[in-house]
Design a protein around this ligand. Structure first.
Ligand SMILES: Cc1cc2nc3c(=O)[nH]c(=O)nc-3n(C[C@H](O)[C@H](O)[C@H](O)COP(=O)(O)OP(=O)(O)OC[C@H]3O[C@@H](n4cnc5c(N)ncnc54)[C@H](O)[C@@H]3O)c2cc1C
Length: 372
């Protein structure tokens, strides 16, 4: 079997790589660019290239590209460190959600801004007491005439301080069982009653935020999908969030630089050679797994496996690059930043422990450990 990309895909990848390298050259940090590299001017550049909503139908302004074409573009952009964050959540998740669950009117209202690279979105799912367990969400949306009135707190909301819109999950039926009374809304971030407080992480980054909602009024037709049916919608959205190449290449630029510097030094250390061989194998396997998702060949629940393996690679890269750099790792630089940041890979989008549970119980059908 030949796993090589066809010439037209290689050409597309080269184009994306060239654009990514040019944009990344203007930034100090190239790692995690899809999450922390927010640059609205770059979103417009992507839009002009037709690289937002690449696979969406033409009638909504999409490019009509194949999933494989999108894969090569995204892989090249993120691997080079292009600052995608201002468009990424909308491109990866919100757009596909609106295409699947939104009304025609909602698609007409929100998709153009996404495709033109002019609207930035954030995802308001996690709460102080509801991260892994979405069914514990306590924020509420109660109907009042033609509107919904929203109250509650979200946390770890990436990009919320800059976003124009937040995709918000709330409890709409307080009497229903925990999984059954949740619904999804699009909320304008400039609505009265929203307070955003950026949270500074260990690496001095403050891309994620606490967001407080107090008596926020939202138009009735901003409900996306079925009333009280958010849980099954979230499961679908998580597949978009977990199964993509972004989970594998967040710190690829760092890895490429470390590998080049190891080669330039003669690559003689046998332990490091072994570590690179291990990393290359891990990357190749995880990339093929992502490709299975991309080509529609993945069985149900595959994204939990893909994300688990892919983020293990990212953790391995952080450690390996530290070992290549040696004592330089004690200074504050890209490498030490990535080591501090690395635990986040296995937390965001569902922790590895949770994903292993999903793999065991739902994918492999293993018996649950009886409770004592
Ligand atoms: C960089 C970053 C960006 C993020 N961006 C966003 C965002 O934009 N929007 C958003 O909504 N959220 C975002 N998150 C939040 C993320 O989705 C949550 O942190 C994650 O789901 C885990 O939830 P938690 O932090 O509440 O941990 P908890 O759910 O409290 O888990 C704590 C620990 O207990 C373990 N655990 C919990 N339940 C079980 C169980 N049943 N079995 C075994 N182990 C268990 C977990 O694995 C973890 O180790 C982001 C997180 C990070 C790190």
């Amino acid at each position: 079997m030949d796993f090589a990309l066809a010439p037209d895909l290689l050409e597309l990848s080269d184009q994306a790589r060239a654009m990514g390298l040019e944009a990344a050259a203007q930034r100090d940090i190239r790692e995690d660019s899809w999450l922390i590299g927010s640059d609205r001017a770059f979103s417009k550049q992507l839009a002009e290239a037709g690289w937002i909503g690449m696979t969406w139908p033409n009638e909504y302004g999409g490019g009509g590209y194949t999933n494989l074409e999108r894969f090569v573009v995204v892989e090249a952009l993120i691997s080079t460190g292009a600052p995608l964050a201002a468009s990424w959540f909308a491109d990866r998740q919100i757009g596909p959600t609106l295409l699947q669950y939104g009304t025609d009117e909602q698609r007409d209202r929100w998709l153009p801004g996404i495709i033109e690279g002019t609207s930035m979105w954030s995802i308001g799912m996690s709460e102080p007491d509801a991260g892994s367990d979405v069914s514990s969400i306590r924020s509420t949306a109660l109907r009042d005439g033609d509107e919904w009135v929203i109250n509650g707190d979200k946390i770890w909301t990436s990009g919320a301080a800059e976003a124009d819109w937040i995709y918000f999950v709330a409890r709409t039926d307080p009497d229903a069982p925990p999984h059954k009374g949740l619904s999804e809304f699009v909320v304008a971030m400039d609505s009265p009653g929203i307070t955003v407080r950026p949270v500074t992480d260990l690496t001095q980054n403050n891309h994620f935020c606490e967001v407080h909602f107090e008596q926020v009024r939202v138009p009735g037709d901003n409900l996306v999908g079925g009333l009280n049916e958010s849980f099954s919608q979230i499961m679908r959205q998580m597949e978009h969030e977990r199964g993509g190449i972004d989970r594998l290449v967040s710190n690829r630029a760092l890895y490429d630089d470390a590998r080049a510097s190891f080669s330039a030094s003669g690559a003689s250390d046998p332990l490091l050679r072994q570590r690179f061989a291990h990393a290359e194998s891990l990357y190749t396997i995880a990339r093929h797994m992502v490709l299975q998702e991309v080509l529609g060949q993945a069985p149900r629940g595959w994204s939990a496996i893909t994300k688990t393996l892919a983020t293990e690679f990212e953790i391995e890269v952080a450690d390996l690059c530290g070992r290549v750099a040696g004592s330089d790792t004690m200074l504050w630089n890209r490498i030490s930043r990535n080591i501090c940041y690395a635990p986040a890979y296995t937390i965001m989008g569902g922790t590895t422990l949770i994903l292993r549970n999903i793999i065991g119980e739902r994918v492999l059908g293993l018996a649950r450990e009886p409770r004592p």
